[in-house]
Design a protein around this ligand. Structure first.
Ligand code: GAL
Length: 384
């Protein structure tokens, strides 16, 4: 009897031990999530399937405790510089372990004559969540197939869940029939440019192309490299390289984020900025951008403003140290406020590989500030 009791005790103890051990496993599992999150900029970044993450020119959405990373899915070779597959999404709770959520906006088949047919150029997708409509809204840079970069359009797609599927809605050139709010009297007297549109990539500066806004008044403003930004009051803005890439526009979107309102401002006239990424810190607005040299890297740009439509003050190249004049061989795509808070920021950039597009690498680096000046320094490895 005694022996039997002892046996039961031992059995239960064993079970309890197992539970305890399981408990420890669970705790250990959680702890593993909280292990230092190590980032290795420029190396291969593997997803849950052991495949290099394929989300270039990406943007991030933080919602319900998860990060969703959307980007261009590239294929091998230079063929990967146009859209063959669509936009890819990955999710993560900790920014270091990424789950493949698949292609969330697929290209349409060749010959379909869709705006997003295979072979079109689809770049820099950004997704924002609209609280009123409960929709996930994606805007991206779209160049219909076969016309290089001369289309300069914005594509729109919408989904009911962060992981899609996104339904393609339309493409447009923003703000047709509206002049920018800061269209100056001085500009009014500049002749409308007779020049054809330049095709994108590394553009020369054209002093004769100043009144492109008026040239494009009727059909809408050119929009290439772009980002989205949602402010604390839930107003959303579309920021895009316009006017033959010479000038950035910042445009207010409608309350449902599905159209432009006609309210927009020109920024950094004739400065040829692209790859814009916006964030807010201590009540101020910041932009990180690049110059305009196609896939080749150049020195970064930065700017600050007290209010979103400006006045914007251009600051210095935020990159410091060796290869700062090449932004550490990267180009900005997004600035990530960690956990959606406005306190800690990660610079997200692309190291493009136009000869083998799928091999493009991700350069993520922590950002610090010297007064208003954002500063980004190279690190082989760093922890969050
Ligand atoms: C870059 C731009 C990329 C892509 C590339 C094509 O300047 O940031 O998104 O459009 O040009 O040359």
């Amino acid at each position: 009897m005694m022996i039997k009791h002892l046996h039961t005790l031992i059995k239960h103890a064993h079970t309890n031990m197992r539970l305890l051990i399981t408990g420890i496993c669970i705790v250990t599992g959680l702890t593993a999530c909280r292990q230092p999150r190590i980032f290795t900029p420029g190396e291969l970044w593997l997803d849950n399937n052991g495949t290099h993450i394929n989300a270039h020119g990406g943007g991030m959405l933080y919602c319900n405790g998860k990060y969703y990373w959307y980007g261009e899915h590239k294929i091998e070779g230079s063929a990967g510089n146009v859209a063959n597959v669509g936009f890819h999404c990955y999710s993560s709770k900790d920014l270091c372990r990424w789950t493949d959520e698949g292609i969330v906006l697929k290209v349409e088949p060749e010959g379909s004559h869709s705006d997003i047919e295979k072979g079109a150029i689809m770049e820099r997708p950004k997704v924002i969540y609209n609280k009123k409509t409960n929709k996930y809204v994606m805007w991206f840079h779209l160049e219909p197939k076969g016309i290089g970069y001369s289309g300069a359009r914005s594509g729109l797609a919408v989904a009911d869940a962060p992981t899609g599927p996104f339904t393609y809605v339309k493409s447009l050139r923003p703000n047709a029939g509206y002049l920018p709010a800061n269209y100056t009297d001085e500009l009014k007297s500049v002749p409308v440019s007779a020049k054809q549109q330049y095709s994108g990539g590394g553009l020369p500066q054209h002093p004769d192309s100043l009144n492109i806004v008026m040239r494009d008044y009727e059909n809408g403003q050119m929009a290439r490299d772009m980002t989205l930004f949602v402010d604390d009051d839930n107003k959303a803005y579309h920021i895009y390289a316009s006017e033959d890439n010479s000038t950035l526009h910042i445009a207010l979107l409608s309350d449902d984020y599905l159209s432009h309102t006609g309210t927009y401002f020109r920024l950094f006239t004739g400065r040829f900025m692209e790859a814009p990424a916006m964030f807010r810190r201590n009540g101020k607005y910041y932009l990180i951008m690049s110059g305009c040299t196609g896939w080749a890297p150049n020195a970064g740009r930065s700017a600050v403003a007290e209010s979103i439509f400006g006045t914007w003050k251009e600051l210095e190249n935020p990159f410091r140290g060796n290869d700062a004049d090449l932004s550490f061989h990267s180009q900005s795509t997004y600035i990530l406020p960690v956990e959606g808070k406005h306190t800690q920021f990660i610079y997200m950039g692309d190291r493009w590989m136009p000869g083998n597009a799928i091999d493009g690498r991700y350069i993520w680096l922590p950002m610090r500030f010297e007064g208003d000046q954002p500063v980004i320094e190279w690190k082989d490895r760093w922890e969050l």
